[in-house]
Write a protein that binds this ligand. Structure first.
Ligand code: LR7
Ligand code: MN
Length: 572
């Protein structure tokens, strides 16, 4: 026990000195298999693993932790690291500090080699000889960070170096967006000085990720620009299939499949090419994922072939540098976070390019449930970015976004140069984009009815969704009608789904019979109106029990609590 306590003391001392943390490690820890958790954004197909015990490796030699190559070291081959419940109080404090600073389990990351091996997620199709051009263009990889954890940032950089053909990487540009964590200063300079291709560029004030990316681009000397977030891991063969597409056509913008690195266990989940998703968005101008549409699937012989995607997630992509410049890079009026992914997506399609997801290329990303860093005070950054985006690119369709923000655009600054850019490029209309590139999108104006939905049995009550836009997991209920739209504004689409803010009423698997809002999936099934079942929307319980007040019940056909009325179309 004394020895362990001494060790813990050392670890505590070393937490300010991240460079050596991996080499030293921590007190004995047992590892066990983690169950794959469903993830909101990406819903990965988990790779199942047999239970294995790692307990002894740690207690008998802490060096094992950092030894690359040992398949039993924590997290090797993408395996989950699960902390034991009986950790010391100091360790528990360190774990919660790590979560607080990063919104992922930094403590666990620090236990994993910064050069851990990963499984090869590629389809055999990707590895056939002659699949890619011999003469691929070089790329520079730009990685922006604001207060990133040491082990995570280093793992990102090493994964690029270790798993890319050296002759294809011209340089790696690290852009420090005005971090104030001590390990990102001199210590980072020192560490990177032994990696000749890495260059560190520092912003002199907080720029936000969009302007930080533009700053990084200025130092790029290769013909292709590749962007990554600072908490990624590239897998074997990730780069060639991306560069191949750009080599064949410089107006093709490409994204890898973004695999999920679990925020808690750092387990690497990968999806095989048959379950690849493409990007879309909703009328809150938020990015979302969809299965590859049938029409797009039918264009391909093999599921590993690159697929067209209406939008990109934003952080991980490669683009020909000249094409990026021709498109006017990003709107530098975009601050901190958000909007730039849709801007580049719309521009690419509307101004003569193609946006693809390349299933042969896999890069992992730590998906977080909250943003760990400071945004601006006193201004709604995301809304300002989105309004700029809508004003420049959405034409008449901007109104659907404005309806979501109470038709209050706020102060969004000067956009004249962005409008001029679109004009000069002679880009196509947003209507063209929706018709040809994203016909799956639900367009509110094409609904058969909209307004509040009143229950016949409880006449003063309306169908209400207490959800916020980022949380689609609260049950739908009935509440007194308030005639203000918002959560009581429902839209009945042509195909009779009930939509609210891009979400639909769903009879969920989580709690059968309780209605939740879920993203429109167009897949039919349990979505009301598409189901073809004999179940009806029922307000049986009445307004007293709000949570359970609306549910699905066998249709009885009697006038009453299964009858619902729209307010006169559109009027509330
Ligand atoms: O002020 C900042 N300055 C920065 O340098 C804020 C952030 N950053 C850095 C940050 O350290 C990180 O490396 O910018 C990168 C992205 O920030 P995240 O990781 O907080 O963003 P995210 O992963 O939550 O969000 C996604 O959407 C963003 C919209 O602006 C960006 O496009 C992110 O790059 C993007 N991430 C991905 O596409 C990975 C897959 C996520 C999905 C879906
Ligand atoms: Mn990210």
């Amino acid at each position: 026990v004394l020895i362990l306590t001494a060790l813990w003391f050392m670890v505590a001392l070393l937490t300010t000195n991240g460079a050596t943390r991996n080499a030293i490690g921590a007190a004995p820890i047992e590892y066990e298999d983690a169950e794959a958790k469903p993830l909101k954004m990406a819903k990965p197909t988990a790779t199942k693993r047999k239970s294995e015990s790692y307990g002894n490796n740690l207690s008998d030699g802490l060096g094992v932790i950092a030894a690359p190559g040992s398949d039993n070291a924590p997290g090797e081959l993408g395996k989950p690291v699960v902390l034991p419940k009986n950790m010391s109080e100091e360790a528990k404090t360190a774990v919660s500090e790590g979560w607080k600073k990063n919104a992922f389990n930094q403590y666990v990351s620090d236990l994993i080699s910064i050069r851990r091996k990963l499984p090869d997620p590629r389809d055999e199709w990707c590895k056939q000889s002659g699949r890619y051009l011999e003469d691929l263009p070089q790329t520079s990889v730009v990685i922006c960070f604001h207060n990133e954890a040491w082990s995570v940032l280093l793992r990102t950089v090493h994964s690029v170096i270790d798993r890319s053909p050296p002759h294809l990487i011209k340089e790696i540009v690290l852009v420090d967006d005005f971090s104030d964590m001590p390990h990102l200063m001199q210590q980072l300079d020192d560490y990177m000085s032994s990696l000749p291709k890495v260059r560190i560029v520092r912003a002199t004030r907080r720029e936000g990720l969009i302007r930080a990316r533009l700053l990084g681009a200025r130092y790029v000397t290769a013909p292709v620009l590749t962007y990554l977030d600072s908490h990624c891991e590239c897998t074997e063969g990730w780069l060639e299939p991306l560069l191949d597409r750009i080599a064949r056509n410089k107006t093709t913008v490409v994204c890898p499949v973004i695999d999920v690195i679990d925020d808690n266990t750092l387990e690497y989940h990968y999806r095989d090419s048959s379950s690849v998703n493409v990007g879309g968005f909703d009328w809150n101008l938020q990015f979302n994922w969809h299965p590859v549409p049938a029409k797009e699937r039918s264009r391909h012989k093999h599921t590993a072939e690159p697929v067209w995607s209406p939008t990109m997630a934003g952080g991980l992509f490669a683009i020909d540098k000249e094409f990026f410049e021709r498109l006017g890079t990003y709107d530098s009026g975009f601050d901190i976070w958000g909007g730039e992914n849709l801007e580049l997506s719309f521009k690419t399609w509307m101004c003569g390019g193609t946006l693809e997801i390349v299933p042969c290329s896999h890069v992992g990303h730590i998906f977080r449930k909250r943003s760990p860093y400071k945004w601006r005070t006193g201004v709604n950054v995301l809304k300002k970015n989105s309004v700029r985006l809508a004003e420049v690119w959405l034409d008449d369709y901007a109104k659907y976004y404005y309806q979501r923000v109470g038709n209050d655009k706020g102060d969004y600054g000067d956009i004249s140069s962005r409008l001029a850019l679109r004009e000069n490029l002679g880009c196509k209309s947003f209507e063209w984009y929706l018709k040809n590139i994203y016909p799956e999108l639900f367009i509110p104006g094409e609904s058969v009815a909209h307004g509040e939905i009143r229950n016949v049995a409880f006449q003063k009550t309306c169908l209400d969704s207490p959800t916020r836009k980022s949380d689609h997991h609260k049950p739908v209920g009935i509440y007194p009608c308030h005639r203000q739209g918002g959560n009581q504004m429902w839209i009945q689409a042509l195909d009779r789904r009930y939509c609210l803010d891009g979400a639909v009423l769903d009879d969920t698997e989580e709690e059968p019979g309780v209605l939740m809002l879920h993203t429109c999936h167009r897949g039919g099934g349990n979505q009301i109106g598409n189901s073809g079942s004999d179940m009806c929307l029922d307000s049986a319980a009445g307004p007293e029990d709000m949570k359970k007040s609306v549910n699905l019940w066998p249709c009885h056909g009697e006038y009453g609590n299964q009858y619902w009325m729209y307010s006169k179309n559109g009027e509330i």
